[in-house]
Design a protein around this ligand. Sequence first.
Ligand SMILES: [Zn+2]
Length: 290
Amino acid sequence: MGGVLAGRVDAHVHLSRWWPRIRETGYRPDLDYSVAGLLAEMDRAGVERALAIQMFQAPSTEEALVEGRASATASAGRLLPVATVDPTRGSDSVAAALRAIEAERGVVGLKLFPGYLAFYPHDPRLDPVYEFAHRKNLPVLIHQGDTLEGRGLLKFARPLEVDEVAGRFRDVQFVLCHLGNPWIEEAAEVVYKNPNVHADTSGLLGPPTAPYFDRTVTLCRERILHSVLTVGSPEKFLYGSDWPLEDLRTAVDLIEGLDLPEPDRRALLGGNARRLFRIPEGRPGRRAPR
Ligand SMILES: [Zn+2]
């Protein structure tokens, strides 16, 4: 790391023992699904830090926080925890989850999984979550578009469903994950309309062994570029991989190959995430993030 490579931030990775069916969905038989394995891959791809998003399959927010803390410590602060809240578990559970997140050091954001858990982003059960996000100045990431598991319901995962709540909670910063894929134009419009809505580029590519993979990379670049040009604000887009679904090198190359000015590509690859998640400049380890 260092030099021009310093400062890259992956806004979307998952490292959890509660990741479902990792052998089938991780794509790579040689995948080292551990802190050491992820850090080695980050080094190879010149990625300094990554947002490690906790999984809704964890038994509780509290247990996921413990796992996230261990990853943050083992990585000397390079893996930044993003906590998950499930509003379908009831108001007592949500309140307990928020208390646990408040007591936890170093959480940089909150993640919601509406398509998997069957709630809309504007569900009133989420009001305490958004009020907490406002009070603690934590961006809210929302899974969007295709669900890896067949049991998900796509109607809950459309970017348009975020528009209303982005208006109601103007002081909360939102991130539409996966650029809303396949509703990428819809996501771009929600990002364009709402000053507090951003999008990440994670998880857009299938496995490298898939038919037409090279052509899908080209197509993906065109779709990302189309979104950035439509919105006209490159600072609202964040590079992410959805590791282990994409390897980091491929995910970084996707952005490196965009027909955008070099400073804008660099901002997508790290500067934008640093600003949004208030990640300190420079190599981690010197002081704990918040
Ligand atoms: Zn993800």
